[in-house]
Design a binder for this molecule. Sequence first.
Ligand code: S3P
Length: 425
Amino acid sequence: MGKTAKISGTVTVPGDKSISHRAVMFASMAEGQSRIRGFLPAEDTLRTVGMMIALGVEIHEISPTEIRINGRGMRGFDEPQDIIDAGNSGTTIRIGCGILAAQPFVSIVTGDPYLRRRPMGRIVRPLTRMGARITGRRENTLPPLCIEGGGLRGIRYEMPVASAQVKSSILLAGLYADSPVTVIEPLPSRDHTERMLLSMGARVVREEREVTVHPAERLRPLAITVPGDISSASFFLVLAAMVPGASLCLPGVGVNPGRIGLISVLRRMGADVRFASPREEGGEPVADIVIEGRGLVATEVPPEEVPALIDEVPAICVAAAMAEGRTEIRGAAELRVKESDRIAAMVKGLSSLGVSCGEYPDGLWVKGPARITGGQRVESHGDHRIAMSLLVLSAASGVPVEVDDTACIASSFPGFPERLREVLG
Ligand code: S3P
């Protein structure tokens, strides 16, 4: 093991990715000018900005993190003149298709080689049942997707997997349908769409596992400050949790109950995590997160807990590598269809660093505490969260690790390597 730096101080994390995407899309649909502060200017969210510009929306950059959007109204978009490129962003293509499915014109959306391998049947099926005509490769399941929208009807749809992207796509299309749309979730997924649409005057009703949206004529513009992204914060939370004596404060982070599964896991593993100055911003709960590291112990993450920590599993695997005992995560098959197959990518990466771990079809196990072996080149598989997790393991263990592709980090957290270096002093 190498030498671990003293970890203390304050780390600010960029704006929430899920909320930034939604703010740009929904503000584009609103009537009037919206003001968005704390916007995440990353590759993924800028793809959503590009999609809305392609639909004729005027978006003004006041600063990298503040934008103004002149909404076109729900029915004021132009037909895009060219193919829309969603890059690496699943949120852009999946939620965006919910809007495009309702427009009386043809749109074509594609993405980078990683996105073009990700399943789209999960949005194509319900949007087609609502009346949109969508075609794509492999029997309409892979991008590019060609969407001929308009003339939507209300449906009641039982989702086979918990997915906020799928839920949001259907709810947005539902705003344009001829009758209400109800989505039934197997487990609750993040509810940023419901919160934001409510704040814009839409009728959205949640009853246990069901969410219903009523058709709308118009949406009010937004004036919001996007909270810090708990998923970006997770890398620093895990870093501090792993190092006994570490102490970090992360101010202004979103702590929506649908996103904070990692906090419960870290507490069970032994970290001291507190929410200071809890408050609400733009309908979302926000707090300053204060964490102190102690020796960690292993834990079990059951399927019910997975939706609230789905993007944090790579980071949890890293904590598990440094914890005493065997950690197991199950009910997480969705990880196989993220930006990479995150189960395979983490098991491969951790194994090559000397960590004892293995795969299940729907999860993985990790046994710690590991003695990390350095001098290896590990693969991120072009996946930002895999890259950041492996860099954090290197930082916590003090063992240099070379990650092959770190450019992908810019899709969610530009400036991450610099911020990590600052924290490590
Ligand atoms: C997101 C939902 C999740 C998450 C993704 C962002 C969103 O995906 O993994 O990073 O903004 O709605 P799924 O909807 O596929 O679970």
